[in-house]
Design a protein around this ligand. Structure first.
Ligand SMILES: [Zn+2]
Length: 238
């Protein structure tokens, strides 16, 4: 793959043995990709891109306008996501230790002292997200080790700005993005499988895709769902 720039828009160009040019714009950030037959040169790709420029711009604008989660203040009435569901935050003051619980399948109740700052409230909620996510991972790793046929020596939940997961093949270690606590569990599962498949194949090659198709036939749906979900105020590349 390489990149060309047309009218200031970077375009990833992939050459493969296909019959026709194929243009796509991907969420979340509106990346443009053109797949071309092997014998089509960059000049022809450029002309093709120019002829499709209004379509490209229209689709990029669509993703830019997609609703983003606003900046959080961690006060009552805000929407917060957990396990792929939207909840309303309810901050309740009490004098004991901070606590988070789900009430009536509708509220995330945050019990904190009345003098807690925004940052402290955020920390309480973040720690709860981390704890709930960490509780889900061992069973999923266990399940997929058997299916994928690799061992995960170590895993950790991390705050990451641009990736849902990463792995270290040598150390047999995977890192899971804390943000996945907010997504449906099958999205978490997809990321775990994706990182484990990297133990078998380093890059996103056809071989990698073939493993994903074999182990998790619906992985494309999960990936798409992950990218279409209301985005955090950072942009995700995956
Ligand atoms: Zn990957």
């Amino acid at each position: 793959m390489h990149q060309i720039v047309v009218n200031g828009i970077p375009i990833d160009v992939v050459r493969k043995s296909i019959k026709n040019l194929h243009l796509a714009v991907y969420p979340p950030e509106g990346r443009v990709r053109i797949a071309t037959p092997l014998n089509v040169d960059d000049e022809a790709v450029k002309l093709f891109a120019i002829s499709k420029m209004s379509w490209i711009k229209k689709n990029q604008a669509k993703y830019k306008n997609q609703q983003r989660q606003p900046e959080r203040k961690y006060i009552s009435g805000e929407s917060h996501y957990f396990n792929g569901q939207r909840y309303i935050l309810n901050v309740v003051h009490h004098t004991g230790n901070p606590k988070v619980s789900i009430r009536n399948k509708k509220y995330i109740e945050l019990l904190v002292k009345s003098d807690y700052t925004q940052e402290q409230r955020e920390n309480v909620l973040t720690n709860w997200y981390r704890k709930t996510l960490k509780e889900k991972i061992p069973a999923l790793v266990e399940k997929w080790q058997k299916i994928v046929g690799v061992e995960v020596a170590e895993w950790e939940v991390k705050k990451m700005k641009t990736k849902w997961g990463t792995c270290n093949r040598e150390a047999r270690r995977i890192w899971i993005n804390l943000e996945l606590a907010k997504k449906p569990e099958h999205c978490l599962e997809y990321i775990i499988v994706h990182e484990m498949v990297h133990f078998l194949e380093r890059n996103h090659t056809e071989r990698f895709v073939a493993y994903m198709d074999k182990f998790m036939p619906l992985w494309r749906n999960h990936k798409q769902e992950l990218n279409q979900f209301p985005l955090a105020h950072e942009d995700w590349l995956y």
